[in-house]
Design a protein around this ligand. Structure first.
Ligand code: TMP
Length: 198
């Protein structure tokens, strides 16, 4: 497999989706074969999950975790692997760490969430756009999903920090301006690409 698999993580409202798309464009403009994708995916399970996210109540946490893991397997098989086989740089807006943090925030055992995601392809690089829960909730003007309340975002944030400390996520300061955050993400990615593609 010739491609490179990069994931962008962060709280809802951290600017993650906008930044992941801008990063893909910036890489393409610089001549890198980058493609954008996201989770929940555009597949059947992903669409079902998105619909449920705006309903009144969260699904039982174990069901939620299994649905996201199932969507991920489909996403990997139908989108990510084929793109990597074509030598693309795949930029995914959310991936396994979203399950560890969001489903972990519902009280599930992290090792169980990791186990049900063990067959999902390991990313080459995962970046965490760090914006605090208080700031993101202030920023979110849209209709909030079942995930977007302060106590939940605080728990999610805390678990993200755990993975930053473990070295699985590289932290990028998301509190800066849009262009500065993009430049920081771009610099991380280009620096990483140099290590894998000399
Ligand atoms: P989005 O706002 O980035 O489109 O993501 C939709 C929501 O789905 C967001 O609140 C985080 C949540 N989510 C999980 O709870 N677990 C997961 O594994 C993924 C990929 C997303």
């Amino acid at each position: 497999m010739k491609g490179v698999f990069i994931c962008i993580e962060g709280l809802d409202g951290s600017g993650k989706s906008t930044q992941a798309k801008l990063l893909t464009k910036k890489l393409c403009k610089a001549g890198y074969p980058a493609v954008f994708t996201a989770e929940p995916s555009q597949g059947k399970i992903g669409k079902f999950i998105r619909k449920r996210l705006f309903e009144q109540e969260r699904l039982p946490p174990t069901v939620e975790a299994l649905l996201f893991a199932a969507d991920r397997i489909e996403h990997v098989q139908t989108i990510i692997i084929p793109a990597l086989e074509e030598g693309k740089i795949v930029i995914s807006d959310r991936y396994v760490h979203s399950s560890f943090t969001y489903q972990g925030s519902a009280g599930l055992d992290l090792s169980w969430i990791e186990a049900i995601n063990a067959n999902a392809k390991t990313p080459d690089l995962s970046l965490f756009i760090d914006v605090t829960p208080e700031v993101v909730l202030e920023r979110l003007k849209r209709k909030k999903s079942v995930m977007e309340n302060l106590p939940n975002q605080l728990r999610v944030y805390e678990i993200y920090q755990k993975y930053v400390t473990r070295g699985e996520l590289r932290r990028v300061n998301g509190a800066k301006g849009k262009n500065e955050v993009l430049d920081a993400l771009y610099a991380e990615v280009v620096c990483f690409l140099k290590t894998v593609k000399p």
